[in-house]
Design a binder for this molecule. Structure first.
Ligand code: PMP
Length: 395
């Protein structure tokens, strides 16, 4: 019956993680998968989340409604848009709890396929690979806009603007507002403003995918692009709590659609519920309660904000340390990119051959594109990584 089913090649990043686990070397370093680990290489359990877990205990587990837990949805809106955002006071944002950021982008794609079909979807080149997959699964064709300038290791802003301007009016544009995966480079405020003007003028439909809120500058500052855009025009915002709550396996995310008015938002919420019903019916409760409890309680939310800051500061410190260690070994290797980029990832500019050499010779695992997960660095492994970088860069 299924004789002609093709083998799945596997996800390259997840396969790399398996190879890392199987690698017998003691000094191996995993900088491939996008998971934040602490200075001991462990995925942290945040104190705020642990406190929430103790509070919620284990009671009965009925289905949540299709749109998710009310406390959670309220928390998403205030965190993403800010408590005093005009769209929030106008009650024109439709928000649902989703199965991680992936589920948020997936439901956004399903919703758009039904209500704004046949448009081209533009994603950054490069991007999180699943953007292509999720929109294609929903029936769209995907194309790219330039984003990364290899020579300057920063944003190819002119290329991006030209492509967005040349695209057919009313195209769907996926933007990562902060801590871009995989490059680590973001638009500055002036670029955000210019792109906003262009997107609004072209009538493009913007899907913001914010998977790393709080890992750039702060929870508030990282949302500024989305907040300013949402004050100007309708848009969709997918957000993930996997990283900033360190709750990868609980699958916590949100999808918000900013609408023209309250009536439109109510109808859109109904259609989001229908999309959920047809896909997985309702989201999981424990994750919903954990995040909802932290975001809904002033003390826990303040504690969580400090914990996000600790994770962010550690990643920034590791970038600096790696840059210093490389500098100690060589003046030839460029380290500017380490200091300009932010969030969980850095595009190193290393070629696929250099990445292979790092892995085979020294047990330092990066993604083939040259993406390094900065959160995998710690004081113990930075000297090894610095030496490998220098060796491989100098041939
Ligand atoms: N979008 C981007 C840009 C991401 O990097 C990720 C996580 N790798 C996701 C969405 C998916 O988030 P989640 O793990 O919460 O499904």
């Amino acid at each position: 019956l299924f004789g002609q089913v093709e083998a799945f090649a596997g996800d390259p990043i997840l396969s790399l993680n398996d190879s890392f686990k199987a690698d017998p070397r003691d000094r191996k370093v995993n900088l491939s998968i996008g998971v934040y680990t602490d200075e001991h290489g462990r995925i942290p359990v945040l104190g705020s989340v642990r406190a929430a877990y103790e509070r919620i205990g284990f009671a009965e587990r009925p289905y949540l409604p299709m749109e998710g837990h009310a406390l959670y949805r309220d928390g998403v809106q205030k965190l993403v848009f800010g408590a005093s955002h005009p769209a929030l006071s106008d009650k024109r944002i439709a928000t649902i709890q989703t199965i991680g950021g992936t589920g948020a982008v997936g439901i956004a794609a399903d919703f758009l396929a039904k209500h704004t079909p046949g448009r081209t979807v533009l994603v950054s080149d490069p991007t999180w690979e699943n953007h292509h997959g999720l929109f294609q699964r929903a029936g769209f064709k995907t194309a790219t806009y330039p984003y990364w300038d290899r020579a300057s290791r920063s944003v190819d802003f002119d290329g991006m603007v030209k492509a967005l301007d040349a695209a057919e009016a009313g195209s769907i544009v996926v933007l990562q507002p902060v801590c871009h995966n995989p490059t680590g480079v973001d638009l500055d405020e002036a670029q955000q403003a210019a792109v906003t003007d262009l997107l609004v003028a072209k009538g493009h439909i913007v899907v913001f995918d914010m998977a790393y809120q709080g890992f750039g500058t702060s929870l508030e500052a990282d949302a500024a692009f989305v907040r300013r855009y949402a004050a100007r025009a309708s848009c969709l915002v997918a957000n993930s709590f996997s990283k900033n709550f360190s709750l990868y396996g609980e699958r916590c995310g949100g999808l918000s659609v900013v609408c023209r008015d309250r009536d439109e938002a109510e109808r859109v919420l109904g259609q989001l519920k229908l999309a959920v019903r047809r896909s997985y019916s309702s989201p999981p409760m424990t994750g919903g309660l954990l995040v909802g409890t932290v975001l809904g309680n002033d003390d826990l939310r303040a504690q969580w904000t400090r914990e996000v800051e600790t994770m962010r500061n550690r990643m920034d410190a590791m970038r600096k340390l790696l840059a210093e260690e490389i500098r100690k070994l060589s003046n030839e290797v460029d380290i500017g990119f380490l200091l300009n980029q932010r969030g969980m990832f850095s595009f190193t500019g290393l070629t696929e051959q250099q990445v292979t050499a790092l892995r085979e010779r020294d047990g330092v695992y990066l993604v083939g594109s040259g993406r390094m997960c900065v959160a995998g660095l710690n004081e113990a492994n930075v000297p090894t990584v610095a030496k490998s970088f220098v060796d491989v860069s100098q041939g």
